[in-house]
Ligand binder design. Structure first.
Ligand code: TEU
Ligand code: CA
Length: 561
């Protein structure tokens, strides 16, 4: 085994911290986080050890989907700041050795983008073909039966022109027509505009959905996912567009690109991220995100560790030397990791959050930390549908009501899975509003900020924050960096439903990672010689890995031979 086949890239040992600007830090008391607020906290991120920030969208937007509906790609939303603020953020981050990765939302724009306003204005407008317009079927119904993530159908009728436009998300997020070379060129020049400012790269929103088959066929799969996905996700056209994008844009810069790609297998993952295909650096797959729910049907499923391990090791093994993994527990679309995969009771919150960090950060790939994950922030309880902000929560609620699901069950589902859990403002200290704002926060603060906040975490050597710092520094260390970043991977005891154990090995060095996913004691034996305990999320001692009893949510990293 060697890394000879894999050329080393700077983003291989990067650690990315994701910021959702609206919820990070408000500098001017209007209740909305902003770019100057991020600049104030750059040292916090630097001290954590992350060297890349992925910034969710800050572009001009009517905020139907909190910025994932862009009305001007080359301007900043006034609530977030100005272009000068953005330039300042890039410069200040750079001074601290941190690169900024922006969100490229190019599957769709806002319906208030001038391109769409023109496109909609008449059937013979030169921009008509920049979006996807189709005639109704003979009976006047939608051009096909595709569904949308945020509305029942993927099509909205435009009375004046008598045609429908396609939107895989809200009706205020019309899909761009990537088959039109003018569209692609407009996106590419916008990318150059940003990359020339010294960006570290792009996170590409639902990039695997940009290639739509030219005949727009009906969906045939209705039992999983948003109907139509077999046509618009991972269509071969997306690979062609990405290679063109690489050729015309990305090849001119040394950047990190990560494609967000729901409905994606490891084979797709290799197509996207194999270095010789020149598409993207890595992708976010969703397989472990659907392990405990059928999102589309709003049904919760029990978390199964055996299944989880098989998903994660499949990605580790299948992409080894043939692509690159991104590693994540959470993001702005997902519930809080500790509430979902760990245990957020006062007794186990800290220990289980550390266990989750250990299990993920010792894998091969580039780890992503979602703001507040390093503090073990938890889901917030929402008592009624009116307390939610997210359009997806409202859509799912309507859908569940339509199916006759009892209201309490619908609210329970959202209390597990709503995207708003991640969007609750960051908890900085014990001041009013957790130090996030001096005004009224746009989304209510979680009352547990009095115990869970950054100030507390920084002052407590035993905090999750310092534990994450240590995990990050191991990945960057001379001693263990290579084995963590480039080492081979092997799952142990794949049918063990309580403990997750795997090996990483490289150049004669072997790490054994052991994580107890339960609140009970677990005794296991590992057939290796213990050389050193590198990390233990408890303070006890461990002298042998034969008949070792793991305490609730205990996690170890061992150096073994
Ligand atoms: O998310 C795409 C996506 O697939 C989500 O709708 C996902 O299914 C859900 O959020 C939770 O699993 C991206 C962005 O990350 C999201 O914030 C946007 O709303 C969406 O695209 C549209 O741009
Ligand atoms: Ca503000």
């Amino acid at each position: 085994m060697s890394t000879e086949q894999l050329k080393r890239r700077w983003w291989h040992n990067a650690v990315v911290y994701q910021i959702y600007p609206r919820s990070f830090n408000d500098s001017n008391g209007d209740g909305i986080g902003d770019i100057p607020g991020i600049i104030e906290k750059l040292d916090y991120i630097k001290q954590l050890g992350a060297n890349v920030i992925w910034l969710s969208p800050v572009y001009k937007s009517p905020m139907d989907d909190n910025g994932y509906d862009i009305s001007d790609y080359m301007d900043i939303a006034p609530e977030f700041g100005t272009m000068e603020d953005m330039d300042e953020l890039i410069a200040q981050a750079d001074e601290r050795g941190i690169k900024i990765v922006m969100d490229l939302v190019a599957n769709h724009t806002s319906d208030e983008h001038p391109w769409f306003i023109e496109s909609k204005s008449s059937k013979d407008n030169p921009k008509r073909d920049w979006y996807i317009w189709k005639d109704p079927k003979e009976d006047g119904s939608e051009p096909n039966n595709w569904e949308s993530f945020f509305t029942p159908k993927a099509w909205t009728f435009d009375e004046p022109s008598g045609q429908y436009y396609c939107h895989l998300f809200s009706k205020k997020q019309p899909d761009l027509n990537w088959a039109n070379p003018e569209v692609r060129d407009a996106i590419y020049s916008m990318m150059h505009f940003w990359l020339k400012k010294g960006l570290g790269g792009f996170r590409m929103d639902v990039i695997n959905m940009i290639g739509k088959p030219s005949d727009y066929p009906d969906a045939t799969i209705f039992d999983s996912g948003v109907a139509g996905w077999e046509h618009w996700s991972n269509n071969l056209l997306v690979h062609q567009y990405l290679r063109e994008m690489h050729d015309k844009v990305l090849s001119h810069y040394d950047v990190l690109t990560v494609g967000e790609t729901p409905f994606t297998t490891t084979l797709d993952g290799r197509y996207y991220s194999h270095p010789d295909r020149n598409e993207v650096s890595m992708i976010f797959h969703f397989e472990h995100m659907s392990i405990d729910r059928e999102e589309h049907n709003a049904v919760r499923k029990p978390f199964d560790l055996v299944e989880f391990k098989s998903i994660m090791s499949k990605w580790q093994d299948d992409l080894y030397q043939k692509g690159w993994n991104s590693l994540y527990w959470s993001n702005h679309d997902q519930p809080r990791a500790v509430s979902r995969y760990g245990c957020d009771s006062p007794e186990y919150r800290v220990i289980s959050a550390k266990m989750l960090g250990t299990a993920l950060h010792m894998m091969s790939g580039t780890p992503y930390i979602y703001q507040g994950e390093e503090l073990g922030m938890t889901n917030k309880f929402f008592a009624s549908i009116d307390e939610y902000n997210d359009l997806m929560a409202k859509f799912h609620y309507q859908k569940m009501m339509g199916k006759g699901i009892p209201e309490q069950d619908a609210l329970d589902f959202l209390n597990y899975f709503s995207r708003d859990h991640a969007r609750v403002p960051l908890q900085w200290n014990t001041d009013t509003n957790a130090g996030f704002t001096t005004g009224t926060p746009w989304l209510a603060i979680n009352e547990n900020y009095v115990d869970i906040n950054a100030e507390q975490a920084i002052s407590d050597d035993n905090s999750i924050y310092h534990y994450y710092r240590n995990l990050i520094s191991l990945r960057k260390s001379d001693e263990y960096g290579d084995v963590i970043v480039y080492g081979n991977h092997k799952i142990l005891d794949e049918n063990d439903a309580e403990v997750y154990a795997y090996l990483r090995f490289y150049d004669g060095k072997t790490l054994l990672v052991v994580a107890n996913f339960t609140a009970g004691n677990q005794t296991r034996s590992y057939d290796f010689q213990l050389k050193k305990v590198i990390v233990n999320n408890y303070e006890d001692d461990c002298s042998s890995i034969q008949d070792i009893t793991l305490k609730p949510y205990q996690a170890y990293i061992f150096n073994v031979e």
